[in-house]
Design a protein around this ligand. Structure first.
Ligand code: SAH
Length: 361
């Protein structure tokens, strides 16, 4: 089978060209064609020697996942459904804001982590996405969104906050991150790329060493007893270890804070007492909070916190000097949301009121 060059970052592409007896600079050229210009046809890569183009046509391909569907919300939010084979799909969401455009990317088909309030968890874990399937999301979205009149890409930020746990697919995610950051590809700065994790402590350290991009941590509870229920990986890596890992991460991070995501669940984690416990918990961790009103789905067993509860919670954090923003709800009309992206290409039986959350981080 032909190798898919979308699977390679610059180092791997350089190794590939060395193997087939070509000069290293070919890697940069091809990376630019694929990611800078979105080109998938070797014959149109006009500055490659004809003999090389012919060689590549035979032995390689540039193969993003097949695009199945694109949806546009009234508020400008967009969603793409990509086919990753065997009836599986992944969704990618673009969220426009005044000063930036953010793409929310998936890293796995399904998820193994079983967070109790997340509908992706209900689908179970299917498999890791390949590098081509991860970077293919950015590839398609960039093709669709293009550039602004100044020539800058509309997609200015990436968050790994779609389906799956990115740190459970470490190697592929890091290679995809390398491509996002590479000047010959997307040229995004580390500050504009965020990995969100439920808290795989040892892998947070590996990310810090391999590719320290901005970090978001799905906290959701201020104590171990509650977090064990909401985010069961907490039983393996409890809060004290998680807070220590966050502090270690910040030493090398492109931003001097960690973003804590906190889903607001009515009557579960949204009281003033919880807020106070949270303030004590993060005392030694430079951080910002992103409060996410829960997105309901059938049989979830949870309800969204009341707006007054969210406000009170946020004000309590603010009084303690912590910056907390509430994610805005957008794109109700096209079914996409935090923890709720579809896994199936086939029609789903359930129709839920799903919303897109705008990150206000
Ligand atoms: N597995 C990673 C990446 C997913 S990010 C992580 O846990 O961080 C998706 C974010 O949406 C996470 O913070 C997740 O906890 C949150 N989320 C999941 N289900 C949700 C729901 N029903 N409503 C609101 N937020 C949800």
């Amino acid at each position: 089978m032909a190798v898919n060059l979308l699977d390679f970052d610059l180092a791997q592409l350089t190794a590939f060209f060395a193997e087939i007896g070509e000069k290293p600079f070919r890697a940069k050229q091809v990376l630019r064609w694929m990611h800078h210009f979105g080109e998938s046809d070797f014959n149109r890569m006009s500055d490659l020697a004809k003999s090389l183009r012919e060689k590549l046509v035979v032995m390689a391909s540039v193969e993003p996942p097949r695009l199945i569907k694109e949806q546009l919300s009234d508020d400008g939010t967009r969603k793409w459904l990509l086919d990753v084979g065997a009836g599986n799909g992944v969704e990618t969401v673009f969220i426009p804001e005044d000063e930036r455009g953010t793409l929310c990317i998936s890293s796995q088909v399904g998820c193994a982590l079983e967070c109790s309030f997340c509908s992706t968890a209900r689908q179970g874990f299917n498999r890791n996405l390949s590098v081509a399937e991860i970077i293919g999301q950015l590839w398609w979205a960039n093709k669709a969104m293009g550039r602004d009149p100044k020539g800058d890409r509309i997609i200015s930020n990436v968050v790994m906050m779609g389906m799956g746990e990115p740190l459970a697919n470490f190697d592929n995610v890091v290679t995809a991150l390398n491509i996002m950051l590479d000047d010959h590809a997307y040229g995004l700065s580390r500050r504009r790329v965020t990995v969100s994790t439920s808290g795989l402590v040892p892998v947070m350290d590996r990310l810090r060493d391999a590719c320290p991009v901005a970090l978001a941590v799905s906290l959701h509870a201020p104590n171990d007893a509650l977090r064990d229920v909401l985010v069961p990986i907490n039983k393996k890596y409890p809060l004290a270890e998680l807070m220590a890992a966050c502090r270690r991460y910040i030493e090398k991070a492109p931003r001097d804070f960690v973003t804590f995501e906190y889903v607001m669940l009515d009557g579960v984690n949204d009281s003033l007492a919880h807020a106070r416990e949270l303030i004590a918990l993060v005392r030694d961790v430079p951080c910002k909070f992103n409060l996410i009103p829960f997105n309901p789905f059938p049989m979830s067993g949870y309800n969204r916190s009341r707006p007054e509860a969210v406000r009170r919670f946020r004000d309590e954090l603010a009084h303690a000097g912590l910056i907390a923003t509430t994610r805005k709800t957008r794109g109700d009309d096209i079914d996409a949301a935090c923890g709720q992206l579809a896994g199936q290409v086939q029609d789903k039986t359930r129709r839920t009121q799903i919303r897109i959350m705008e990150s206000a981080a």
